[in-house]
Design a protein around this ligand. Structure first.
Ligand code: ZN
Length: 440
């Protein structure tokens, strides 16, 4: 049992700041919250961190496999559009991944997420030369550091039918392994979704296979859609249907479905997504980086969540990128809407982690917490939390991070061996870059 003493609660959405209170934590859950609540548990381990404590942040779309592409020092042919960028860069990178590189990517990316105050990451993984067992290897990063997550394998037909079948099988295998662990009474910190790359690299028979894995395992699809215009055009040209209609026809839309990007979806497609209660994962930095355009329709979606799409895991930065890009594009939303989107990642987690509650500091919720060293120069109030988040707060203020009642970062010190994780990352990066040179 742990008691966090006398710290104000900071909820980003809806914005609120409390008086200093105690938080009592037991078996991974928040047991009690209130002034002097800790007095009833005199034997508990105690911490008085100062600053503010918020629920841990959620990254709802990421690619940990791209971690070791940071500062990539490989000759990449210039690309004139997004399709070439995938071909020249990302598909060359994912083919170059092997077991050791996936392991090192997962470890270093999980460590960095925690340092950013992120307690849960929804990942979308691809390593076509190492498919079977890849999600277990990726999960090692989560297990070692204490990060919570939701993993899937990006099934695709772009490397042939055997590759597609192996992708489907890896999703099924991993989901069943999660179920077996739960059945054996092990606490589940990493859940499973059913992954697929994007509609333009998926044939109808593969969509049908993915739908049967979703039905069999009770999980939802996690896929890119209309990240660029050509995905939408391809669907109409080759499948005589809009993307969302095609996925719906295959039985792939439900309340656990995560569709990333969605820049070129029609009003009818958005209405269908909303009717099926799906999530849209918005990734502002990535869309800007790829020059694919902007998702002007964010206010039309029922469930928007935020991700980084592989550009680190700093969600406070990501919410800021999303907000400032929206302002730049002349949109009507204020920062509170983007904090609301970030908060919605907790609803996504709740739909996968059956019976658990996330994203509030209240009894019964998971003890996933972020402690902020923030001494604001202006009053921090219920009404102006969004203003502080947009114009002042950032991940360098993260002092400690707790996931499931255990500190992963405490007083800026990782509770895992962050030094060797990063050293291992740099070492495997050299192998990755060499592989990429070889397979051009
Ligand atoms: Zn992505």
């Amino acid at each position: 049992m742990i008691v966090i003493e006398k710290v104000p609660l900071l909820h980003f959405s809806p914005g609120s700041v409390s008086e200093p209170v105690d938080i009592v934590i037991d078996s991974g859950l928040i047991k009690a919250v209130g002034r002097d609540a800790g007095k009833n548990w005199p034997e508990a381990e105690r911490h008085a961190p100062g600053g503010y404590v918020s629920p841990g942040l959620v990254c709802s779309h990421n690619h940990f496999y791209s971690m070791l592409a940071r500062g990539l020092n490989v000759a990449i042919k210039p690309s004139k559009d997004f399709a070439q960028q995938l071909d020249h860069m990302w598909w060359r990178l994912d083919r170059a991944l092997d077991e050791e590189i996936v392991r090192a990517s997962g470890l270093s990316a999980a460590a960095e997420a925690l340092f950013s105050g992120v307690t849960s990451v929804v990942d979308h993984h691809a390593s076509p030369s190492f498919i079977e067992g890849s999600l277990d290897v990726l999960k090692e990063g989560f297990d070692t550091t204490g990060l919570r997550g939701l993993l899937c394998y990006e099934t695709t037909d772009r490397n042939g039918k055997a590759g597609a079948r192996a992708g489907v099988a890896e999703n099924r295998r991993f989901a069943k392994a999660v179920d077996a662990g739960r059945k054996a009474g092990r606490p589940v910190m990493v859940e499973a979704a059913v992954g697929a790359h994007a509609p333009f690299t998926l044939e109808d028979d593969t969509l049908a296979d993915l739908a049967s894995v979703c039905a069999e395992t009770g999980r939802g699809l996690h896929i890119h859609v209309a990240e660029d215009k050509f995905d939408a055009v391809d669907s109409r040209h080759n499948h005589q249907a809009d993307i969302v209609a095609r996925l719906d026809k295959a039985g792939l839309l439900g309340s656990k479905t995560i569709l990333a990007h969605g820049l070129y979806l029609t009003e009818d497609e958005i209405a269908l997504m909303n009717e099926r209660d799906c999530f849209l994962a918005h990734n502002a930095q990535s869309n800007m980086n790829n020059n694919v355009g902007y998702n002007h329709q964010l206010p039309s979606y029922k469930n928007v969540v935020l991700g980084t799409d592989g550009i680190g895991s700093d969600m406070m930065a990501s919410a800021n990128w999303a907000f400032f890009k929206h302002r730049d594009a002349g949109g009507p939303l204020w920062m509170d809407a983007f904090l609301g989107y970030m908060q919605k990642g907790n609803l996504l987690l709740e739909r996968y982690f059956d019976g658990m509650k996330f994203g509030r500091i209240e009894p019964g919720y998971a003890a996933d917490l972020c402690f902020w060293d923030y001494d604001p120069p202006t009053p921090l109030l219920d009404a102006n939390v969004a203003g502080h988040a947009a114009f002042g707060m950032n991940s360098r203020m993260v002092r400690s991070v707790m996931v499931g009642g255990r500190f992963a970062i405490k007083d800026r010190q990782a509770q895992f061996d962050a030094g060797s994780i990063m050293a291992r990352g740099r070492e495997q990066t050299l192998r990755l870059w060499k592989h990429m040179e070889e397979i051009k």
